[in-house]
Design a protein around this ligand. Sequence first.
Ligand code: HEC
Length: 166
Amino acid sequence: MSLRFSAFVITLGLATTALAHTEATGIVKERMDGMVVLSKSMKAVIAETQSATPNAAAIKDAARAMQDHAGDTMTARFPEGSLDHPSEASEAIWKDWDRFAMLAQQLELKAKGLEMAAGNPVTNKPVQSRDNFMLMDFATMGPDEVFSLIGQNCKACHTDFRVKKK
Ligand code: HEC
């Protein structure tokens, strides 16, 4: 496992989610399932961008899978007060709904951007996140740059709106 890959896995807590998840039901389970699709897709993308021969079609597939679980689909899975055990959602979601929804929309936009950038060469350049990207901004980026922006998106939302429960 490369350093960047393991850092990503740790940041998103991908290794430790399974236990809580098995007890979930209803809408909480539904959104956890969606999040798991997101993390599997991210793993697929990083595997490609670190490969000597990145497969653009595989990156596109993962980008589309992420679109399916972002934006309005994601926010619809967070009805007010849905905090049933073992949810790790924070009450802050409904106190700061605009920012929460903005991050979900940004994720959809960036996943569309990743689909556009899938066939571009990997650049290995760092890229700075901001809140006002437009779709065309992604067209000339490396898929690894868009991947990194998406990772920052996941992290921003988890930092503000997900609480780690024991
Ligand atoms: C708009 C906010 C938001 C964005 C964007 C977001 N997440 Fe989440 N994520 C959450 C919240 C809130 C939870 C906790 C949900 C719960 O437990 O009810 C969560 C939980 C998770 C979980 C744990 C699921 C489980 O089985 O318990 C994983 C894995 C995850 N997210 C991965 C990702 C990845 C990867 C991305 C980016 C591609 C991402 N998330 C983007 C808000 C977000």
